[in-house]
Ligand binder design. Structure first.
Ligand SMILES: *[C@@H]1O[C@H](CO)[C@@H](O)[C@H](O)[C@H]1NC(C)=O
Ligand SMILES: *[C@@H]1O[C@H](CO)[C@@H](O)[C@H](O)[C@H]1NC(C)=O
Ligand SMILES: *[C@@H]1O[C@H](CO)[C@@H](O)[C@H](O)[C@H]1NC(C)=O
Ligand SMILES: *[C@@H]1O[C@H](CO)[C@@H](O)[C@H](O)[C@H]1NC(C)=O
Ligand SMILES: *[C@@H]1O[C@H](CO)[C@@H](O)[C@H](O)[C@H]1NC(C)=O
Ligand SMILES: *[C@@H]1O[C@H](CO)[C@@H](O)[C@H](O)[C@H]1NC(C)=O
Ligand SMILES: *[C@@H]1O[C@H](CO)[C@@H](O)[C@H](O)[C@H]1NC(C)=O
Ligand SMILES: *[C@@H]1O[C@H](CO)[C@@H](O)[C@H](O)[C@H]1NC(C)=O
Ligand SMILES: *[C@@H]1O[C@H](CO)[C@@H](O)[C@H](O)[C@H]1NC(C)=O
Ligand SMILES: *[C@@H]1O[C@H](CO)[C@@H](O)[C@H](O)[C@H]1NC(C)=O
Ligand SMILES: *[C@@H]1O[C@H](CO)[C@@H](O)[C@H](O)[C@H]1NC(C)=O
Length: 857
């Protein structure tokens, strides 16, 4: 029983096996299933490809296989990227006699089978990106119905068979990137249906066969690039349907004239031997320049001047004229080519300035103007899209604008080398500086970059805090000690400064002080316990009591001014440090810590035209800012012949502080009035102030808006250099944008309510007008010409400038001591700055440029 069962199973198994074997033998002859499955079995290194084919279902349902409508014959096999490797074996796909589409692209196939050429129904053959490294047999002429042949990215070699003449239906022929050598066979001109020919990146040589230019009435795309083909432009002049022509890197000669015919959109003639005057191109012919999208004439021998008709090519996205033999010429007019994304005019003999039209190219990604003779300043560029900028090897001068520098880290590539440019930035790596800025000089007016300061603040904040604490503690200890000893004796061991502590111990608050218009209170119990932070000299243990004694308890006699934020006193700290002490009356929502951080930040902003913040003191509710004292007063006082707000040297002896040296230590206001009658000096003040604002707006991140630009904020230092004061205070001492302190002072505030860098530009414009006219912004006499009825300086000057009568407004004191033309130009700059609409005002950076243009020599 058990035996019988075992026996029957055995028999069954044998039966099944033989049955299967029979089935397999039946498969061998003439079934598409078999040809295809054995093709994949033999070529498929991918074990994965085997389970794709389910032998128990119909071949027409297999992946990669396409059958005709009746599901009887396989007509398509599309099997890309399956790792099929080696030569195609006989008795596989070569037997698919109905096959019309065979696409085996991106495999590792190396050779054809001998029966491959019997695929007589083939219409599309795509063997692109395989490893064929054989000659293409002339059997190709068996494929009489062939429409598309793609053998690109292989290693076919030898000559192209002439048997192409029997492929009358061929529309697409792609042989790109092979090793075909020989001349282009004559047979090809029988392929009258060709729409696209790509022979690029082979080693074809010789000239194109006779009749090539007329053989293909439907040809749209012709790529012969990267061969050694000889010929002339006229070889293509009869190709009436051509939209794409690429003959880059060949040996074509003669003029390019005849090429520009028909509906061409892409023309790449680069790296040939084309020559002759480009102006010969006879564009009065019917060529439609507006169709052109891509034009590359680079690396030829073309001479002459650029053709003017180029400006009609307003759909052009890519223009490369680099490396030719053009005559010396000014920058081309490209304003109308507003779709340009790529512009390469390297080595085109350009002279003079870079045309302003360049700033209108809003889509520009690549700009290469290297190796020309361009001079003048850098143009404005649209940065939105710019990725690649090469201005190297020119004769450009001036600063690299900060606005541009800030964009560079986001670009792929840039090169400013071998110009006469100045650069102010330390953010770039040494390597970048040594490759992309070769030969640029350092035009950095400041010690370093504000963004670096920020990082430093972060790093040292802990340290600062600790230091502050330590100072406070030491103060406390010293104070306690001294008080404990009852302030009884002055010990000889202690130096003068410390001696003062003994006296200050007695001083206790709260302290209440009056100016002419306000009273303020510093809620400080013991003045000597409130530290004064002096940035550069952290070891000077100044305290609030030192400020008290330096100003004789903020005596009205030491009052320099009542500024917008509060009174300003002058004083001399121990060690003869002459300072201006600004008490900020307005409260702010900032915590002490935030205010300290902000003040530390402001203390690190240094520019030759800014009054440096030396230190600060947080005294109860009050924030006190300590500035370098500006010996020569402010511009307002200087201009209107007021006293400088400071006593002359002799009077210093009458002051109440005893310890101060009575030497002249920096007090020097002699000569500034005399100087002020010259245009040169007034221009210097204007330019310095503009530089300071440009630095705050463009050199600081985030930009600092001054919010109170006026003549009395502009000081003159020991060397009569203009220096802007009070920058950054609005944030700390005002209550934000809506606060009236944010709106600026009378006569200087712009019509708009919102605060922006352009409000500072307005204020600056008023100062500039004051400098040139010698008149106050409001309440002065504005001579009534032509019934202008001016309400203020701005109104008056703008009216005169508009009528071209600017010269009437010039300060009579300056007449004859300067170039009146420059002064009139200066008024025009003031006119621009005081435009009603903020957007119409130039940026401070532009103002600096404009002022430099009228600099007295
Ligand atoms: C093969 O096809 C048959 C019929 O379509 C189906 O029942 C079977 O599950 C398939 N096998 C695999 C492994 O996909
Ligand atoms: C076959 O192998 C190639 C790599 O040789 C791989 O890229 C491809 O995805 C594989 N195909 C399948 C169907 O697994
Ligand atoms: C051949 O296949 C490649 C890769 O998919 C494709 O880019 C190319 O257009 C195909 N050629 C033809 C003539 O269809
Ligand atoms: C292409 O074929 C040449 C010989 O014809 C051979 O030297 C070369 O290595 C091949 N290149 C590749 C990528 O197969
Ligand atoms: C011209 O053909 C070469 C080689 O195939 C290619 O690198 C280049 O990008 C082509 N030019 C254009 C404009 O298509
Ligand atoms: C340009 O073409 C016009 C007519 O199409 C012809 O009269 C003129 O001579 C041509 N000029 C040049 C320089 O070929
Ligand atoms: C080419 O430019 C010239 C001069 O700028 C002009 O007279 C001519 O009409 C332009 N040709 C075409 C086809 O517009
Ligand atoms: C500009 O054209 C020249 C010559 O063809 C080429 O060497 C250079 O790389 C091009 N510049 C850019 C930025 O593409
Ligand atoms: C650069 O400009 C200066 C003065 O404008 C001139 O002397 C010099 O020859 C120019 N250099 C080049 C390379 O054009
Ligand atoms: C660079 O520019 C400065 C002035 O901007 C000029 O004096 C100098 O001669 C220039 N140097 C060169 C090499 O052109
Ligand atoms: C910039 O151009 C100079 C001169 O052509 C070259 O030496 C340098 O390597 C270039 N730098 C970069 C970053 O491309």
């Amino acid at each position: 029983m058990g035996f019988a069962l075992l026996g029957s199973i055995l028999i069954l198994t044998l039966f099944l096996k033989s049955n299967l074997g029979q089935q397999q033998e039946q498969l061998i002859p003439n079934t598409d299933e078999f040809f295809i499955s054995s093709f994949f079995e033999k070529m498929g290194r991918n074990s994965s490809s085997s389970h794709v084919f389910n032998l128990s279902s119909s071949v027409c349902s297999w992946q990669f296989v396409f059958c005709d409508a009746k599901q009887q014959n396989v007509i398509g096999l599309v099997a890309p990227n399956l790792g099929l490797t080696g030569p195609i074996p006989d008795n596989t796909i070569g037997k698919l006699k109905n096959l019309q589409i065979l696409d085996l692209n991106s495999n590792q196939i190396t050779d054809f089978s001998s029966d491959f050429w019997s695929l007589v129904s083939l219409k599309t053959l795509n063997l692109s990106n395989n490893k064929f490294s054989v000659n293409l047999p002339s059997n190709i002429d068996n494929f009489e119905s062939l429409e598309k042949l793609d053998l690109s990215f292989n290693n076919f070699s030898g000559s192209l068979p002439d048997s192409f003449d029997s492929l009358p239906s061929l529309q697409v022929l792609n042989l790109n990137r092979n090793q075909f050598e020989s001349i282009v066979p004559l047979g090809i001109i029988r392929c009258h249906s060709l729409i696209s020919i790509d022979f690029s990146m082979n080693s074809f040589h010789g000239s194109l066969p006779d009749g090539f230019d007329t053989a293909f009435p439907k040809l749209k795309s012709l790529n012969l690039a990267g061969n050694g083909i000889r010929g002339r432009g006229s070889d293509f002049s009869k190709m009436v349907s051509l939209t794409y022509l690429n003959i880059s890197k060949n040996l074509f000669t003669g003029a390019v004239v005849e090429i520009f015919k028909g509906p061409l959109e892409v023309v790449d003639l680069s790296s040939n031997h084309f020559e002759g005057h480009i102006s010969q191109v006879n564009f009065s012919s019917s060529f439609d320049w507006s169709r052109l999208v891509h034009l590359d004439l680079s690396d030829n021998q073309i001479s002459g001047m650029f053709f003017s008709n180029l400006s009609q090519a307003h759909n052009l996205k890519h223009l490369n004229l680099a490396k030719n033999r053009f005559s010396k010429q000014s920058f081309i007019h490209i304003d109308e080519l507003h779709n340009l994304e790529y512009l390469n005019l390297s080595k085109t003999n350009l002279i003079n300035r870079i045309g302003d039209g360049i700033s209108k190219l809003n889509h520009l990604k690549t700009l290469d103007l290297s190796s020309n003779h361009l001079s003048g300043k850098l143009p404005l560029l649209s940065f939105k899209t710019l990725q690649n900028l090469d201005l190297s090897n020119n004769n450009l001068t001036g600063d690299i604008p900060l606005s541009l520098l800030q964009k560079l880290p986001w670009m792929e590539r840039f090169n400013f080398s071998y110009n006469n440019l100045t650069l102010c930035d330390s953010e770039f790596s040494l390597e970048t500086l040594q490759t992309a800025f070769i030969g640029s000089s350092n035009g950095c007016p400041i010690a370093a970059n504000p963004t670096l300061f920020r990082r430093k603040i972060h790093r040292h904040r802990g340290l600062k805090l600790a230091l502050g604490l330590a100072i406070t503690l030491i103060c406390l200890l010293v104070g306690l000690l001294l008080c404990a000893f009852g302030c009884r004796k002055k010990t000889r061991m202690w130096d003068v400064k410390q001696e003062s502590y003994t006296e200050k111990c007695a001083i206790s608050g709260p302290f209440s002080f009056r100016t002419d218009s306000t009273t303020w209170v510093a809620d400080v119990k013991i003045a000597s316990l409130v530290p004064v932070v002096i940035f550069e000299k952290p070891l000077l243990n100044f305290t609030f009591s030192d400020l008290l004694s330096a100003t004789s308890n903020f005596d009205r006699d030491t009052l320099l001014a009542e500024g917008q934020f509060g009174p300003v006193y002058r004083g001399v700290l121990g060690g003869g440090v002459h300072v201006a002490i600004k008490v900020l009356v307005h409260g702010s929502t900032m915590t002490d810590q935030e205010a300290a951080t902000e003040l530390e930040y402001l203390g690190r902003i240094k520019h030759p035209n800014l009054v440096p913040l030396m230190g600060y003191c947080l005294a109860g509710e009050q924030r006190i800012a300590i500035y370098d004292y500006m010996e020569n007063g402010n511009l307002h006082n200087l201009l209107y012949d007021l006293p400088l707000g400071v006593q002359v040297t002799e009077d210093w002896s009458t002051d109440t502080w005893e310890e101060t040296e009575t030497d002249e230590n920096g007090i020097q206001n002699v000569g500034s009035e005399a100087l002020l009658i010259t245009w040169r000096f007034r221009h210097k003040i204007a330019l310095g102030t503009a530089r300071a604002l440009a630095f705050l707006h463009h050199g600081c991140s985030p930009p600092i808006i001054h919010r109170d630009v006026k003549a009395s904020s502009v000081y003159l230092d020991y060397n009569l250099e203009p220096r802007l004061s009070d920058f950054g205070l609005a944030k700390i001492f005002g209550n934000g944008v809506s606060d009236e302190t944010g709106r600026g002072s009378t006569g200087y505030s712009p019509p708009e309510a919102t605060v922006s860098p352009k409000s500072d530009v307005y204020g600056f414009g008023v100062i500039l007008l004051e400098l040139i006219t010698g008149k106050k912004p409001v309440g002065d006499e504005y001579p009534d010409e032509d019934n202008l009825k001016a309400t203020g300086l701005v109104d008056w000057v703008r009216g005169l400038v508009r009528m071209n009568h600017g010269s009437i407004a010039i300060d009579p004191k300056m007449r004859g001591v300067g170039d009146e033309g420059q002064m009139v130009e200066g008024l025009k700059i003031g006119y621009l700055c005081t435009a009603d609409v903020p957007a119409k005002r130039p940026s401070m950076q532009q103002v600096v440029g404009l002022l430099k243009d009228i600099e007295p020599k």
